[in-house]
Each structure stands twice: as C-alpha cells, then as structure tokens.
Design a protein around this ligand. Sequence first.
Ligand code: SF4
Length: 484
Amino acid sequence: MPPAHPFDDDKLKEECGVFGVVGVADAANFVALGLHALQHRGQEAGGIVSHHPLEGFNSARRFGYVRDNFTSQSLMETLPGPLAIGHVRYSTAGSKGAAIRDVQPFFGEFAMGGAAIAHNGNITNAIALRRELIERGSIFQSSSDSECIIHLMARSLQRNIPERMEDALRRVEGAFSIVAMTRTKLIGVRDPLGVRPLVLGKIGDGWALSSETCALDIIGAELVREIEPGEMVVITADGGVDSVFPFRRQSPKFCIFEHVYFSRPDSIIGGRSVYETRRQIGVELARETPVEADLVCPVPDSGTPAAIGFAHESGIPYGMGIIRNQYMGRTFIEPTEQIRNMGVRLKLNVNRALIRGKRVVLVDDSVVRGTTSRKIKQMIIDAGAAEVHFRIASPPTAWPCFYGVDTPQREKLLAATMSEEEMREHLAVDSLKFISLDGLYRAAGEASGRNKSCPQYCDACFSGEYPVAPSDMIEKGFQLKAAE
Ligand code: SF4
C-alpha cells in the first residue's frame, strides 16, 4: 500500500468514493475511470466487483491508486460483464492502513444470489451492531463498519436482496451513500439525512451511480439527478429505475464540508457548481473580514476558488504566491524522517519575486491542527513578505466528524483548544479570520444564512451540533456539546 502522504496530515480526509454502472459492455472499465475521477475521495485502496451472466461475480481489490492498478488489461479482463461497482477508500473505520480484507466492495452470498456493496460514510452505531451480530453468530471478515450491512442483510427474512438491504439499513445509524449490485441490478441508497452525496447518471442505454458528477463527466454520462436523502433506487439492466423511500423522512443534512473542500470543484452539488460556491465563500469572507493588503494568494489547490472570490470582492490583486509541485506523488520517496523535516517545501514553493515586500492575504480552506499553516506562513515570511493575513474559507473546525471523514481527536483540533486570537498568536500571523457559519451558508445558496432551529446542512465539525448522535463514540466517553 502507498505510504501516507507526508504533508497531508493537516487536512480532514474524505472518506470514500463509490461508483457503479449497469447496462454497458465491460462495465468495469467505466467503473475504473469513474473511480479515477473520485480518487481525491480516497487514495489508500480501491476495488471493483463485476458480474457477467456466464462467468458470475468477479472482484479485484488493491492497495494504491486506481491508475496504478485498474489500468492493466490483464486485470480488467478478469472483470467482465455489463454490471460493476467500485470503491475508493481512505479508511475512516476499521484498521487504518491495514489489510486487503478491509478494502471494498464487500460481497455476500445469500440464498437468492450474491450481492456486493460499496459504502461511503460511517455507521455511528457499528460497534453496538457488530457486538450484537457476533453474539448471534456472525463471523466478520474485516474490521470495517460497512461489513455490518452484509451481516444484517444475511439475517433479514425478506425474499429479495433490495428488501433485505432496506431491512439492514433501517438498523444502521449515521451516514451512508451506498452503491450495491446483485446479479441483475444496480442499487443506490442514501441515508435519511443525505449526509454524503450520490448522483444518478445516464450513459447510452445504461445507468451510472456516482459519489460526484465529475466522475460521470469522465465516462461521458449525463447527470440525471441526485439520489434523494432516504431514497433507494433499484436499476435493472433493461433500463428500469424503481425508487422507494424505506426510511422515516427527516429534514436533510448534507455535509457542508463537501462544498468547502471534499468535492472536486468541477462537480455539481444540489444544482450548484462547487467551484462557484467556493468562489462565493471568498466573496463572503472578504465582506466579513476585510483587510488592507497588496496581494491575495491561495494555498493551492483547494484555497484557489475562495482566493479568487476574495480578490474580486476586495479589489486586492490576486496572484499565485505559492506554487504547488504537481508531480509530488507518493512514488517520489518514502517519508523518511529527513524528508519529513523538509515538510511542506517539497509540495509547495513560494513565488519569491511576487511575495517580497508585500502584505499578503493567504486564503486556505481550513485549519485543522495548524501545523501546515504555520509552515506555510514561515515560508511566506522567509520570502520577504511584509505581513501575512490568513483568511479561512470555513469556520473553525472544533469538533470531530463521525460521518465518514477522518478527523483528529478533538484535543488535536486547534480550534477546540484555542480562541481565534490564541490561534493567531500560535500561527504568528498578523491576522487570522474565519468565515462565519452564516456566511458559509449564504455562499452555499442559503440567502438567509443558517436556520438555527433546523440547520439546512450538517455542520457538526464547526457547530458541535450532531444531527445523528454518535452513539458508539458516546459509549466510549465522547462528550457532546452542552446545550446552550
Ligand atoms: S461533521 Fe463536518 S465533515 Fe462531517 S459530515 Fe458534518 S459537516 Fe461534513
């Protein structure tokens, strides 16, 4: 498996990407392309399961990037058929960086045939479910929370696989966007709150399900619509799409961090361009936190659209003061101690000629531990900047995510232990400002900002208000925010 990237440990890590195709020849090839477009959602491992009417189910699961594994003709020839699903993973549950047995899709053989599932999200009652299932005789193969779904399906008394899946998912709490398959059907499901994304696309006579629209684009599929929160679609090879809503209806709570950072800027979420939302975050940030400066620079790449918006709104010139080395990949070197000490310089370099003598506004998407922000600030100062002002395109990240994003423990989050002024001192910058929650909501299309009595999004990592109680973590001692 690839070593953890030495410099990305100061970002929240999304999680997983899922993709599925039915009704096209050699569906696995399309799935591989889709997973490649979703690689930003998980770089640790990937897997594909396909079904061929004569050859049955086949699967391949590998550590590493999609492009390094699922481009080989000899491998792809082992995944024939018109129906396939796939998964890219950054482990959010189960053992981190561990075994191939944790790599999805997972497969289960039932009396009515086999089924494979790929899950994006995190089950917040997985520990309790696993305990119960093991007590009742289930034998788990992996350490992943997602495997609970297969065992719950096995115990269901329903007569077909989609109904067994409904049964299973009614027991599951937390976030799930699932792409699954039987011998003849492609299935997509979103949890009742719709925390993680899932979209439906059309490709020729076939259909595709994807975490994001950017992966539909790569295979030439057209976006049809989003799968709705709480919806299950069952798609057959002859082209029928059945939709059911098996769960109690609730007010949706899509992850607002998808807009800020996780999704690709060329994806469309809720009918809005992610790029445009990020640019608008920069506009709101400039209105809320003005500053006198000479240059607005993004921390590449994720800070770029917000920096463009900030520069446009403030009238301060925009420039690429930090240049990212596009080819800094995991293949370059093992992260030895010496290389680690070079830190962020291997990935980012300062454009000295542009920075020297200037009052610089640095726009970044988030501050998690603050370790990278400190290094970047030092690079800018070393390059001769007169002042450094950080502007952050998300509110302070003060709470961990339990819905499929890898976050440090609460004590490790800078904003959990320091006030804004203390963070500014810690980062040793001239000013540090974050967008407000209301500003973020406005940028995401909610003109009146956040509805405090019923927020339109999940924003728990900023607000501490968890739309689904993280019951496993509470059992382990996690303290929820005290009621105000
Ligand atoms: S806690 Fe934050 S990262 Fe997690 S789903 Fe909610 S908004 Fe997204």
